[in-house]
Write a protein that binds this ligand. Structure first.
Ligand code: ATP
Ligand code: MG
Length: 587
């Protein structure tokens, strides 16, 4: 396969010494300095030719792996009629993240953050029978999310490139079922990231506003990543902190005490740390009670109680309560009678059918401090037995369950005796078992073999192409610049001509390399050698071939692998191909 040859002077690589002032992460700094990206507006970037070449190489890998997994590519518009998001209530779930636009007739649309609605509408209009399923469709498309804090260049943009795939099934299990496709996509994602040279971990994850039952994130293992991953070193279990289960923990309500609970005036203290300090306690000695509103028919409340130094996990509260819940809006909760900021587990007594969920670490015999259900007041000397008495035995009223975020050092949920350790990662891919969330909301059914309406089960699979590019730079750079893995480098080889008269030799080497499928950039610029070497290192070509008078006189060129120490090797003209291929990893 003939590969590309280009001259540096004929393309656009505006390298600079200075990074933009808002650039903090290595990928943002280096992609800016190396002339890959240019900011147009907050979170919106131009991809210059070097960046676009890498994007195309990543998407080529993505397309190969998607096609190999049985998916078909299509293309859907960026613009999505706003009604679609109303139908699935994702206008609410996404909130301000959804970019709204109005056309000249006043019709409201959104710039798609993902395309579940558009594709469900499309497939609903063309698939009517079980015979047409399963189906797995994908696109590579620009997405918009009006992120509150676009940051780190391509890692969190407002406009970014995503590969998104959607699958449709008659069943979850068995041939043609959701699980089969989900597993195939899991394998495809692993192949893609491995081929991009990334070190990654698939982790169990929360599904967020996309929805659904099971989901996995593909995390690039990177100390500067935004996400915290918890792992069990013994079993290999790994999960996002939002999802991570905690192993068995002992708990007990303890004995009844001698009463002695005492209300204390704690005026104007903003948070649990300040209250604890005022009471001469630590947050570990306090109970934190968070109010959730039940959104199922009939409504109601769930009170989640954790130790003061722990964080309530909404997903865990949702599954432990078995109800649809949202964090109670402050106004609604106050109107219902909760003294937000001072709620105690006892507040539940006022509401028929309210459920109190207690984390095992908060269900211990100790004497606690908690809110007093009265503004500016807390209670000291709270004992579960004294406060709740026989209600503690009624599981429809009080339940002990894992409802907090896991922490390093917590017991592993998969291997007794082992504890969780924390690492950090960059989420580059996320796959979901959606179930019937979208097909139900949009009224999409097909006829089964008995001509009966059958619900359609869906999966969806996202991979951030631009974020993957940035993750590659985060993982592979040094003080001089980027070090691209050969498979996705903009050009695998840069030929640096130290004098204009070397151009013919450069072209001859380039044409040999290109005939073997190796992309070559010839640095033909009228610049000092030092500038050319620095730029080559900054842009990050995996191999540099340097043409200089002295070596050429001996029938040689210098071949240097990016990132290797010292000078390169002097190689005879006829040996250049082998030397380059060896550095590129035996292509
Ligand atoms: P995050 O938690 O980082 O905001 P998300 O979980 O909302 O991301 P998904 O809805 O799972 O993202 O989207 C699928 C993929 O799209 C992500 O795994 C990521 O690679 C990419 N992606 C999402 N948001 C952005 C963004 N703002 N900029 C670049 N890529 C993004
Ligand atoms: Mg995600």
């Amino acid at each position: 396969m003939q590969a590309d040859i280009q001259r540096w002077s004929r393309t656009l690589i505006p390298t600079t010494r200075e990074a933009p002032t808002d650039a903090e992460t290595p990928s943002h700094v280096l992609l800016s300095r190396a002339g890959f990206i240019r900011k147009v507006a907050a979170g919106v970037y131009d991809h210059l030719p070097m960046s676009w070449r890498v994007m195309k190489k990543i998407t080529a890998i993505v397309r190969e792996e998607m096609d190999a997994a049985g998916a078909s590519e299509l293309f859907m518009p960026v613009l999505v009629p706003f009604e679609f998001y109303r139908e699935t209530k994702r206008d609410e779930a996404y909130g301000d993240l959804l970019m709204r636009v109005k056309d000249r007739k006043g019709n409201l649309a959104a710039l798609g953050p993902t395309h579940e609605e558009t594709i469900t509408e499309l497939v609903k209009g063309s698939v009517t029978s079980y015979k047409q399923l399963p189906l797995n469709l994908y696109q590579v498309q620009t997405k918009f999310r009006d992120e509150a804090r676009p940051r780190a260049g391509l890692l969190r943009g407002r406009e970014f490139m995503m590969k998104d795939a959607y699958s449709f099934h008659m069943s979850v299990d068995g041939p043609g079922g959701l699980n089969e496709t989900y597993d195939a996509m899991h394998r495809a994602y692993s192949n893609i990231l491995r081929r991009c040279g990334l070190d990654f971990t698939p982790v169990e994850a929360e599904s967020g506003p996309i929805g659904g039952s099971a989901s996995h994130e593909f995390m690039v293992n990177c100390a500067s990543g935004e996400d915290t991953i918890l792992r069990c070193p013994v079993s290999g279990y790994a999960a996002n902190v939002e999802k991570c289960e905690i192993g068995e923990r002992a708990w007990s309500w303890g004995e009844a005490g001698s009463g002695g609970a005492e209300s204390v005036h704690t005026p104007g203290l903003p948070g649990i740390d300040e209250v604890a300090a005022f009471l001469k306690l630590t947050p570990r000695d306090m109970l934190k009670t968070i109010v959730f509103r039940v959104t199922d028919e009939g409504g109601g409340w769930v009170l989640a109680v954790v130790r003061g130094d722990h964080e309530v996990n909404e997903g865990k509260v949702r599954s432990a309560s078995g109800r649809s819940i949202v964090l109670a809006e402050e106004k609604a909760a106050r109107e219902a009678g909760f003294t937000i900021g001072y709620v105690s587990p006892l507040a539940a007594k006022k509401f028929a059918g309210a459920l109190v969920l207690v984390d095992p670490d908060a269900a211990t015999p100790g004497v606690w401090a908690t809110g007093a259900d009265e503004k500016d007041h807390h209670v000291k000397g709270f004992r579960w037995q004294d406060a709740m008495g026989e209600r503690l035995g009624d599981a429809s009223y009080v339940k002990v369950a894992d409802i907090r975020n896991a922490l390093p050092g917590d017991p592993s949920p998969r291997a007794g005796g082992s504890t969780l350790v924390a690492t950090r990662g960059i989420e580059v891919g996320h796959i979901f078992k959606l179930g019937t969330k979208y097909s139900d909301a949009m009224g999409f059914t097909v006829l089964d073999a008995q001509q009966k309406k059958h619900p359609v089960i869906m999966g969806c699979y996202g991979l951030g192409v631009s974020r993957t590019l940035a993750a590659c730079v985060e993982m592979s750079h040094d003080a001089d610049g980027i070090i691209w893995p050969a498979a996705i480098a903009p050009y695998q080889v840069v030929i640096t001509c130290l004098k204009p008269e070397h151009i013919h030799r450069a072209e001859s080497i380039a044409s040999d390399l290109s005939a073997r499928g190796i992309d070559v950039l010839i640095d033909d610029r009228d610049e000092r050698p030092g500038v050319k070497f620095k730029d080559a290192d900054l842009v990050g070509f995996p191999v540099r071939v340097t043409l200089g008078d002295k070596a050429l006189a001996e029938g040689c060129v210098e071949v240097k692998k990016r990132g290797s120490e010292g000078k390169g090797d002097l190689v005879k003209f006829e040996g250049v191909m082998d030397a380059v291929r060896q550095h590129l990893g035996g292509r």
